[in-house]
Design a binder for this molecule. Structure first.
Ligand code: HSE
Length: 311
């Protein structure tokens, strides 16, 4: 038997409205765990997937395995890696389920192999794994699940991913419709987005996440929430795929939400609240308005810790 570690990584809500691919928050609503075993040899194998959201297909093309392969290749390291995955995060719901498994797996492998790798590099390799589930890589979910809390990210002019943690306190109501979603849902939801937007649209929309980061630093939840609810480019094109989006959004604001957005590519929806009690009340109102599906999942969450060793 090789060296073994168990790593937990939490779900995440990416975008937070206008912060497409550049803002995400890890939430303590759901988590995945990955048991990672490393020994001499070569190859990356998923030996088991269990838990409420496990499926047989995860044994074949798996984001976590793909991410570990990218990490090993990036570092020019040979190892035999076996993964056993517990899926506690609903899959295909915009909660960064595949990103969380990938984050846990690369964090565990880097630790066992003693690789000198910082948060940004780990998030990069974990995000490459998303090619399997989303068709193209994205790095926001993996960054949040690795770092914990709120993160902002960009690629610098040399093409290196830069991930920065942002101090943030707040509560979220999370409502997850469980209707069937298309195969490769994130890829499909990315394909409905425009190739080009005008300069004025781009400036108006993407100045908002910049100010959201400042608002988070200043503890200004009202401003954060107002801007979170203001995406004009991505969310209007995706919200039509969530039949009860309008009703749930209205119910959230009527119940006192400070902000509202899709979580990642949806269909989960999140609302921002100033206290756990308010988040609970808002979550109930959102769930009641979520009539497009039977028994949506409902959770109240706050920013989660980053990927952590739990065994
Ligand atoms: N930023 C990605 C997207 C997150 O919105 O496509 C996917 O969960």
């Amino acid at each position: 038997m090789g060296r073994v570690v168990k790593v937990r990584a939490y779900c995440s809500a990416a975008n937070l409205g206008p912060g497409f691919d550049m803002l995400a928050v890890a939430l303590n609503a759901y988590y995945d765990e990955v048991v990672i075993e490393v020994e001499d040899g070569r190859g990356v194998y998923v030996e088991g997937v269990e838990g409420p959201y496990a499926s047989g297909s995860m044994l074949e093309r798996n984001t976590a395995a793909e991410a570990v392969k990218a990490l090993l290749e990036g570092f020019g390291v040979e190892a035999l890696v076996r993964l056993r995955i517990y899926k506690g995060i609903p899959t295909g719901r915009g909660l960064g389920s595949s990103g969380a498994s990938a984050a846990a797996a690369v964090a565990g492998v880097a630790r066992l192999l003693g690789l000198n790798v910082d948060l940004s590099k780990l998030a990069y390799y974990a995000g490459l794994g998303e090619r399997v589930s989303a068709g193209s890589p994205h790095f926001d979910n993996t960054s949040a699940s690795l770092a914990g809390g709120l993160v902002t990210l960009t690629f610098d002019s040399s093409g290196e991913l830069q991930v920065v943690r942002v101090p943030f306190k707040g509560y979220f109501s999370v409502v997850t419709p469980m209707n069937p979603v298309p195969e490769g849902k994130t890829g499909v939801m990315r394909s409905v987005l425009p190739e080009r937007v005008s300069l004025s649209e781009a400036v108006r929309n993407f100045s908002r996440p910049a100010v959201m980061v400042a608002a988070a630093f200043n503890g200004d939840l009202e401003l954060f929430g107002r801007l979170m609810s203001s995406d004009e480019i991505v969310e209007p094109r995706r919200s039509k795929f969530v039949p009860c989006y309008g009703e749930v959004r209205r119910a959230a604001f009527e119940a006192g939400a400070l902000g509202f957005s899709l979580s990642g590519a949806g269909p989960s929806m999140i609302a921002l609240a100033g206290s756990e009690r308010e988040a609970r009340r808002i979550a109930e109102a959102m769930a009641e308005a979520c009539t497009c599906c039977d028994g949506p999942l409902v959770a109240v969450a706050s920013p989660a810790p980053g990927a952590e060793v739990v065994g």
